[in-house]
Design a protein around this ligand. Structure first.
Ligand SMILES: Nc1ncnc2c1ncn2[C@@H]1O[C@H](COP(=O)(O)OP(=O)(O)OP(=O)(O)O)[C@@H](O)[C@H]1O
Length: 298
């Protein structure tokens, strides 16, 4: 069942079109990733889903209702969330908890227990980020919207946060996640939408996006005996073949390795120094966004 439905969403800021004809659905329990270069319309889209912004066009429903009518069911962690400088972590958690009849306490799981007395203004970027996640989850939301969840965290803190998000999902929460990190999208997301210029350039599972890239798999080897390149080129899985010195380099679809090794076995040729490379989600992303490299791989 779709828990979030976005239909033909459009939003302008003056003459600037931020989001144009965006449609997607998120199923209950799914982690749906939104990727794209700076200015592609990701934040505007999730702000419309969270009910913080009103679309100019199209419709958004969360749990079958307008977001503004189900606010208590939506937890939001926005890119730049600020609290008063002097407010202590424990005070912020208590204040937000007081808004809900049955608040959830994620502070220990997010490594905040040792910082409850620290003032917000004194926190490192990483701790601010973790606090904003804890505050987004305090109302036990059915839908969590996380915008640049792990930006500013060091690699270990990022991995720790991913495992928290897996726990959040295991608790039945549906998650809409804006990210610039391909490794994060691959690890966490069931499906991702790649935004470009306010539109969705492609939406699929991470592996589905990779397999859309022409020549997503590459096999290299040195044949043990003379090999007619034309027989490789005739295989339906093969998109191109090149010969570099003794080495044969074959590009093609996901099933390339099986197709090439079966052919070589039939011809009783051994593939020496065999290597297989797979296009990464990062490669797929770069191609889908027209070569933009404003993305981190790890
Ligand atoms: N409040 C605003 N007023 C005017 N223009 C805005 C406003 N918010 C966003 N924009 C513009 O709308 C476009 C989409 O912005 P948005 O923040 O949704 O993109 P984004 O994909 O989230 O970018 P980023 O990765 O940098 O956060 C951009 O061109 C941005 O400059």
């Amino acid at each position: 069942m779709a828990i979030i439905e976005v239909r033909d969403l459009g939003k302008r800021y003056g003459p600037r079109v931020a989001v144009d004809s965006v449609s997607f659905e998120v199923a209950e329990g799914e982690i749906f990733g939104i990727l794209g270069p700076n200015g592609a319309g990701k934040t505007t889209t999730v702000e419309c889903v969270s009910g913080l912004r009103t679309p100019d066009r199209g419709s958004v429903s969360v749990l079958g209702q307008a977001p503004a009518d189900v606010r208590a069911a939506i937890g939001v962690q926005l890119q730049a969330s600020e609290l008063p400088e002097r407010m202590r972590v424990g005070e912020a958690l208590s204040l937000f908890s007081s808004f809900y009849p049955a608040p959830a306490d994620w502070s220990a799981r997010l490594g905040l227990s040792g910082h409850l007395k620290a003032e917000f203004g004194q926190l490192s970027g990483g701790l601010k980020q973790r606090l904003s996640i804890a505050l987004a989850l305090v109302g036990s939301p059915r839908v969590a919207i996380l915008d640049e969840l792990t930006t500013g965290l060091d690699p270990q803190a990022r991995r720790d946060t991913w495992s928290v998000i897996e726990d959040v999902r295991a608790a039945g929460v549906t998650i809409l996640l804006v990210t610039h990190f391909m490794e994060e999208a691959e690890r966490l997301c069931d499906r991702v939408a790649v935004f470009r210029d306010g539109r969705i350039a492609a939406a699929d599972t991470p592996s589905g996006l990779v397999s859309r890239v022409d020549g997503s798999c590459r096999v290299r080897f040195v044949p043990s005996a003379a090999l007619d390149v034309a027989v490789l080129e005739a295989l339906p899985e093969v998109s191109s073949v090149s010969v570099v010195g003794e080495q044969v380099v074959v590009s093609g679809s996901e099933n390339l390795l099986h197709a090439v090794t079966s052919l070589l076995a039939r011809k009783q040729i051994v593939a020496r120094q065999l290597r297989v490379d797979q296009v990464s989600l990062n490669d797929a992303y770069v191609r889908l966004t027209g070569g933009s490299s404003d993305v981190a791989d790890h």
